[in-house]
Each structure stands twice: as structure tokens, then as C-alpha cells.
Design a protein around this ligand. Structure first.
Ligand code: F6P
Length: 358
């Protein structure tokens, strides 16, 4: 007889393509390997805190491989609030442990980004059996080469840059495309290279707007009447980079700052070109996962089910080279993964003559 296991599963943080494929990966492999009962926890940790869940059937995980978003719902429940007892007087950690215990779970699978992993690690330290799966279009989770959702977002952002090329070239404009990624520039870097951007501005590499202006002028001298700038939403110039993070964030919030609008305005003023800002925004997180992400999510999910079978907890699944493996939650939770300045893709961009604004 197959062993019985009760598995809680939740998705937390921003949605992204591949969440449903990963949920399907975990549950389908679990149903195959053991007598699994799956409890779907609604809207991430909110559902775990409030005891909002449903007992799922196998059929509910069928037909979701290609579906965007998450069938479980998601919410942002910042880690910094987890240890605080707010106005509602709820001890969130105690509430999550209670739900886990009341449901008699054998383990909890959490699909999410850095914030999700911090809370997963906290719950693991509190004695719960937790397994994490790394999702985010930002690709900024330490210890894994790629997160699921990233490649789909690269495809979408690349298509945006491709389509912008048409208008840029026809009208002789400078088009500044703002790509998601507040802290990490992976998405901008990959989409910028894939889309043939002339300038790529990342949060990790403070830029001089004069250098970007010079690119436009130089291209004009070479009879290239248009320029494509890919700017990460968290990119900053050298002056802003000197500011304290909090100060910079407050300034930007007060100004309703947009990286692309700021760069486009300054370039118009400096070079006299027509520069336009384009913000694809959440479209980059929307819709069906790419084939790559469907495969990665399925592999991550199946690996998580295998870990459950073996009783290995306190870990998060990862891709290293071509191998699906796992890291200890305590080693990766909250560790950022910015683009290293000597990353090979950074080097490639420079070798291609792409300006990084520095
Ligand atoms: O973490 C994914 C992400 O899309 C970031 O690139 C972006 O900065 C952020 O989420 C936006 O979050 P929200 O949808 O909550 O505004």
C-alpha cells in the first residue's frame, strides 16, 4: 500500500508564468508516488494565517500546465510584518503553525520569491516541514541558476523591444523601454541582449545620462537615426546611487518616479531627439508560460515531490547547470542575487558594443 501524506501548498508574492505548471508538477508526481492528499492554501501566507484553504482533488490539477497566474491565488505578505503583532492582535507565526497542525500536514510546499523563502525558512526553524520552489520573473533567488517565470518574461520583454524597433526605426525616435526588476537587472539584461537594445541600464551598474546621450549622437553620426534603450525599473544614475536606499526610495515615491520617463525626458533635453517611454509593466508577468518554463516548473515540482517522498525538508529546489537539486533554506533565504559586474552576459553585452551607461 502507498504511504499517505498530507501536503499543504501555497503560492506567495507576485504571480508569474509557471506557477500552475509547478503546482501540477508537485501534485501530479506526488499522486503517482504516494497516497497524497493536497490542501490548497489560498492567497499565500494570508490563507495559512487565517486558515483559508480547500481540500483539493486530483482533477483540479488537470489542464493547468499552460495556464498563467495561480489557481491558488497569491498575496504579498511582507516578511518584516510576520514577526509583528499588528492592530488585529494576531500572532501570525503562531497562527500559521496552528493551521499546519490543525490540518495535520506532513509538509508545506511554498512557491515564491525572496520574501516567500524568508517566511518559509522561519517556519522551518519553527519545526514545520517546508519545501520551497523558486519563482520570480526577476531571477534573483540565490543558489539557483534560474527561477521559473524568468524565461517567459524574457520572451515577452524581448517581443516588446522587437515591436518597438519598428516604430523607432520608422520615426527616427529614441525609445526607452522600462523592464521590470527593482533590485536585479537580469530580465533587462537578457531581454536587452535578445532584443538588440543599444543601451541597457541595470540597477547594479549606475549610469551617466551623458554617456547614454553620446550613444544616440554617435549612432546619428553613423546614419542610425533611432536608438533603443532598455532600462530596468530600478536602474539609477551615479548621483542617485550615492544616496541612501531609503532616501532614494522616498524621493522616487514622492515623485511617482518612472525610470523610463526620467531617462526619456533627459535624453530629449540633452540631445534634442524625440525620446519616448514605453512601460509594458505587468504584461511581463502575464499569460501562459514558455516551453522552457513549463519544463523547468515541471522538473522543480517533481523534484519537490521526490523530496517529500524521502522526507527531506528545510530545503528549496534549485537548478545548477543542467541538474535539478536543492539548497538548505537557511543558506539561501533572503540572500539577494544581483547581476555580478563580471557576469558573462554583461561581458557579452559589452563585447557587442552595447552601452551599459557607465
Ligand atoms: O518580483 C516581481 C516583480 O514583477 C518585480 O519585477 C516588480 O518590481 C514587482 O514584482 C512589482 O510588484 P507588484 O506587482 O506588487 O507591484
Amino acid at each position: 500500500m502507498k504511504e499517505k501524506k498530507r501536503i499543504g501548498i501555497l503560492t506567495s508574492g507576485g504571480d508569474c508564468p509557471g506557477l500552475n505548471a509547478a503546482i501540477r508538477g508537485v501534485t501530479r508526481a506526488a499522486y503517482e508516488m504516494f497516497d497524497a492528499e493536497i490542501i490548497g492554501i489560498h492567497d499565500g501566507y494570508r490563507g495559512l494565517i487565517e486558515g483559508d484553504y480547500s481540500v483539493m482533488t486530483r482533477e483540479q490539477f488537470s489542464g493547468i500546465l499552460t495556464l498563467g497566474g495561480t489557481i491558488l491565488g497569491t498575496a504579498r505578505t511582507p516578511f518584516r510584518n510576520m514577526l509583528k503583532v499588528g492592530e488585529d492582535n494576531v500572532d501570525k507565526v503562531a497562527a500559521m503553525k496552528k493551521t499546519y497542525k490543525d490540518l495535520r500536514l506532513d509538509c508545506l510546499v511554498t512557491l515564491g520569491g525572496n520574501g516567500t523563502h524568508k517566511t518559509a525558512n522561519l517556519l522551518s526553524k519553527e519545526g514545520l516541514n517546508v519545501i520551497g520552489l523558486p519563482k520570480t520573473i526577476d531571477n534573483d533567488i540565490y543558489g539557483t541558476d534560474f527561477t521559473f517565470g524568468f524565461h517567459t518574461a524574457v520572451d515577452i520583454a524581448t517581443e516588446v523591444i522587437d515591436r518597438i524597433h519598428t516604430t523607432a526605426a520608422s520615426h527616427g525616435r529614441t525609445m526607452v523601454v522600462e523592464i521590470m526588476g527593482n533590485k536585479a537587472g537580469w530580465l533587462t539584461l537578457y531581454a536587452g541582449v535578445a532584443g538588440g537594445a543599444d543601451v541597457i541600464l541595470l540597477p547594479e551598474i549606475p549610469y551617466e545620462i551623458e554617456r547614454v546621450a553620446r550613444v544616440i549622437e554617435k549612432r546619428a553620426e553613423n546614419s542610425k537615426g533611432f536608438t533603443i534603450v532598455a532600462v530596468a525599473e530600478g536602474a539609477m544614475n551615479t548621483e542617485e546611487a550615492k544616496m541612501r536606499k531609503k532616501e532614494r526610495e522616498q524621493k522616487r515615491a514622492a515623485e511617482h518616479y518612472s525610470a523610463s520617463a526620467d531617462v526619456a525626458r533627459k535624453l530629449s533635453d540633452m540631445v534634442g531627439v524625440e525620446a519616448r517611454a514605453v512601460v509594458p509593466g505587468h504584461i511581463q508577468r502575464g499569460g501562459s508560460p514558455s516551453a522552457y518554463d513549463r519544463v523547468l516548473s515541471t522538473q522543480f515540482g517533481a523534484h519537490a515531490a521526490e523530496l517529500i517522498r524521502k522526507g527531506i525538508y528545510g530545503v528549496t529546489v534549485a537548478l545548477k547547470g543542467n541538474t535539478i537539486t536543492h539548497n538548505a533554506l537557511k543558506d539561501i533565504a533572503g540572500v539577494p542575487k544581483p547581476v555580478p559586474l563580471d557576469d558573462q552576459m554583461v561581458t557579452t553585452a559589452r563585447m557587442m558594443g552595447i552601452s551599459l551607461g557607465d
